[in-house]
Design a protein around this ligand. Sequence first.
Ligand code: HEC
Length: 160
Amino acid sequence: MRMGAATALGVAALLLVGGCDDMTKQKKQNPYASRATAPGEVPAGTVQYGETATPVPPVTMALLARGQSEYHVFCAPCHAETGDGHGMIVQRGFPAPPPLAAARPQFVYDVVTDGRGVMYGFAQRIAPEDRWAVVAYVHALQRSQRMALADLTAEQRAVP
Ligand code: HEC
């Protein structure tokens, strides 16, 4: 009896495999056979997915202040307030990021948006304009660490 059941199962399996083979030969629509639109062209009546490029906002004190508060919330836990990469999460065992070195603004923006290695992206958490604010703040943070007080004008030194 048990052998009989096994044989029946085997036959059923063979029939199923045979059935799969037939499916590869059946008539079907090939989505790549012909294109109604040129590559990269959006078909009429559809909405493009994803965000459109946000213009880079001019650097103002208000933008830097916004960037500082976003950096404090989202980046300092790993990169530390100074950007040296020894934030609290790293002290608790998360892989240490390299010190935030001078980098092109677009590179920093893309890393914040998409993440890099073990660092997750912030596209869902930080709005595009605020990401540019973080980029401007990171740049200011780096410059502040290479700047001698003598390089500042009296007016710049007076800014709180
Ligand atoms: C959970 C920890 C964590 C958080 C939060 C985090 N990062 Fe990172 N970040 C990393 C790690 C780790 C790397 C190194 C990734 C790699 O190269 O594998 C990294 C890499 C980077 C790099 C590239 C550095 C280089 O020279 O390759 C930049 C720029 C950066 N982070 C900026 C930010 C900014 C700005 C924020 C806040 C919006 C942020 N990160 C939040 C962990 C973090």
